[in-house]
Design a protein. Structure first.
Length: 207
């Protein structure tokens, strides 16, 4: 299949959630003793089975998954919380919540926040972890990163997309779906260079 693809895009997230037996990491590069999955192991499997590393893209989450009524990481839980747009799923731009302590695990390259009073844990990627992941995939000689999804990101130096781009230094300037001159929206037709006359205030957010 490799010869027919421009890129392989590994959705390297959702390693844990409401279906899990204990609170766990959402998108760890290493580890995964309980969930049985890690980005490094998944990447190795694909590369060993024919995927080219120069085509292999690592997906990163711009959201977190919640675990309620838990004593911390790798502990039992009861509930996942209301979420931002889906039960248990929180936009990164809403995190961390007030009074929660952020924990960056550089050994496994993953992170989470925890509030011991609310007994609430949310696993998500911080800028520190996004930078570490970007450095890791660059060291492996992989193609780059993708994200799910942009509307959940923060602005400025707290942006996960900005952090990844800064760490990897280079950007893929290949034309994407926004190159759509036949669009009914003026801003999309112009390549996102102008505001839409239909009232949409869309413009480049990161670069």
């Amino acid at each position: 299949m490799d010869k027919y693809l421009n890129y392989w895009a590994l959705m390297a997230y959702d390693y844990s959630g409401s279906w899990s037996t204990v609170s766990d990491y959402l998108a760890n590069v290493y580890g995964g003793a309980i969930s049985g999955v890690s980005t490094s192991a998944s990447t190795k499997w694909y590369l060993n089975n024919g995927a080219s590393k120069e085509k292999f893209v690592i997906g990163m989450p711009i959201y977190g998954r919640g675990f309620e009524n838990t004593d911390g990481l790798f502990q039992s839980f009861n509930g996942t919380g209301p979420g931002t747009w889906e039960a248990g799923v929180y936009d990164y731009k809403a995190l961390p919540f007030a009074n929660a302590t952020v924990h960056n695990d550089l050994k496994n390259i993953s992170s989470y926040s925890y509030d011991p009073v609310k007994k609430e844990l949310i696993s998500y990627d911080t800028p520190i972890i996004t930078a570490a992941k970007s450095a890791w995939l660059s060291l492996q000689g992989l193609a780059g990163a993708m994200f799910w999804e942009l509307s959940a990101d923060k602005n400025g130096t707290e942006s996960l997309v900005w952090t990844a781009a800064k760490t990897m230094v280079k950007l893929d300037n290949t034309e994407n779906h926004l190159n759509y001159p036949g669009s009914q929206f003026d801003n999309v037709k112009a390549g996102m260079k102008t505001h839409s006359k239909r009232g949409h205030q869309l413009k480049a957010k990161y670069f």
